[in-house]
Write a protein that binds this ligand. Structure first.
Ligand SMILES: [Zn+2]
Length: 434
């Protein structure tokens, strides 16, 4: 419930700075305990004007799943229904004789709507007018977020077609994206920590939150959409017989080939996709597995490591996701154990977005994925799957025996406390070693 209140307040305060002023003024009085708490969130968000839009966009995507919880909004409505919020806000505006900016008009209209509900046609009309008055281009995201928030809250506000989840520009992009992508490619990007360079973050968002897409199902590492329930929405996760990760333990079967990474330095492109921190790698980095070339698409992190060795996970793991020209996927896993500070991780964490959002491309920051590799390339190998929905199989795993250090503080600085799928049944699969 806090979340949805926050969304509404954030939305309205962003649309109308006057409302923000009011919440500050009213701290400590009348039914505002929750509002005060939320005001703080609004303030924080206000400080980061840049990221606010992203947050709103993300919030918008998260709203439809909350629609069924519209009844939880009663407390919010109670806070507004007395009318004091509206009166105070109107009084503040009345004192300022300059007139009210379109943005404030919108904020005011939003509060009116929350106060009077939709029983009052004049209120709805005022809200619509306020929307029309605002600068469309600059305010579209905010307005859409406001509309969707109110709609999700059970208000019968008209959501403009541009803002409807099915019709929003962002969603269209995503749909177009997934249509263009070959199925396996889409699988690759949506699943194992999202692999495809180009469509990746969009694909992920679609997968994680996109309400308009039939395939867009939210999943998580805990709770109702945790790993034990992935199979309900993603059958392979539940029924597959070659799922990853595995607990690596002997006896092992011997193989004679080797793996040889040839990673290149390139512009750092790093994204927090809501499930992990992922680095999207520019073209040119490869690995040879038994002589066969695979392109490195991306790498990402799990905490703790998904792979267990003799029943034990490491502090973290890096998964380097590769694809052959024929579309085969191969994941190189480098286990990270607590020890000295890792300079490569330091660079990455410095630029990794703390919250889910679009890919960051820090100006002039170069990174070579080879910085995260140990010298020794001895490995364990098995045939597995993507470790995130849809858990597509036929993914080859190579887990390096040599672990790499990461400082304890660097582990705790990773923004996901737990993003590891539990180990899966081996079902008689052999585990190989070179
Ligand atoms: Zn992974």
């Amino acid at each position: 419930m806090i979340k949805i209140i926050a969304i509404i307040l954030l939305t309205i305060s962003t649309a109308g700075a006057g409302y923000f002023g009011w919440t500050q003024k009213k701290l400590g009085t009348a039914a505002t305990e929750q509002v005060a708490e939320l005001t703080q969130k609004v303030e924080e968000a206000d400080k980061k004007v840049e990221s606010t839009e992203e947050e709103l966009a993300a919030s918008k995507e998260m709203l439809p799943p909350l629609m069924t919880k519209a009844q939880e909004l009663e407390a919010v409505k109670a806070a507004f229904s007395s009318g004091t919020v509206l009166k105070d806000l109107e009084a503040i505006y009345a004192k300022e004789k300059k007139g009210i900016s379109p943005e404030r008009q919108l904020g005011l209209a939003g509060v009116r709507l929350l106060t009077n509900g939709t029983k009052d046609p004049a209120t709805v009309e005022a809200f619509q007018k306020a929307l029309e008055m605002t600068d469309w281009k600059g305010q579209q995201k905010v307005i859409c977020a406001a509309q969707n928030a109110l709609a999700a809250a059970g208000e019968k506000v008209k959501v403009m077609s541009e803002c409807a989840p099915e019709a929003s520009a962002g969603k269209d992009d995503k749909k177009a994206d997934s249509k263009e992508a070959p199925a396996e490619k889409a699988d690759a990007k949506d699943s194992h920590g999202k692999d495809d360079k180009k469509g990746d973050k969009k694909g992920d968002k679609k997968d994680a939150h996109g309400p308009a897409d039939a395939h867009a199902v939210h999943w998580d590492y805990e709770g109702a959409m945790g790993p034990e329930n992935w199979g309900k929405e993603f059958p392979t996760c539940g029924k597959g017989k070659s799922q990853a990760p595995l607990n690596i333990k002997g006896p092992f079967e011997k193989v004679r080939f080797s793996i040889a990474p040839d990673y290149k330095q390139g512009q750092l492109k790093i994204v927090n996709n809501g499930h992990t921190i992922q680095v999207n790698v520019p073209n040119g980095s490869k690995i040879r597995i038994d002589g066969k070339p695979f392109d490195l698409l991306q790498f990402h992190f799990h905490r703790p490591s998904e792979e267990h060795i003799d029943g034990k996970p490491s502090a973290m793991v890096v998964h380097f996701v590769h694809k052959s020209p024929e579309g085969e996927l191969a994941v190189l896993a480098v286990m990270l154990r607590e020890g000295n500070e890792n300079p490569g991780i330091k660079t990455l964490w410095t630029h990794a977005p703390k919250a889910e959002g679009p890919e960051a491309v820090p100006d002039g920051v170069m990174f070579n994925p080879a910085n995260l590799l140990p010298k020794e390339m001895d490995f364990f190998h098995y045939d597995g799957s993507l470790t995130t929905p849809p858990c597509t199989e036929k993914v080859k795993f190579y887990i390096l025996k040599t672990q790499v250090n990461i400082a304890k503080e660097q582990v705790t600085d990773f923004p996901f406390k737990m993003n590891a799928r539990p180990v899966q049944p081996a079902n008689g699969r052999p585990i190989y070693t070179n």
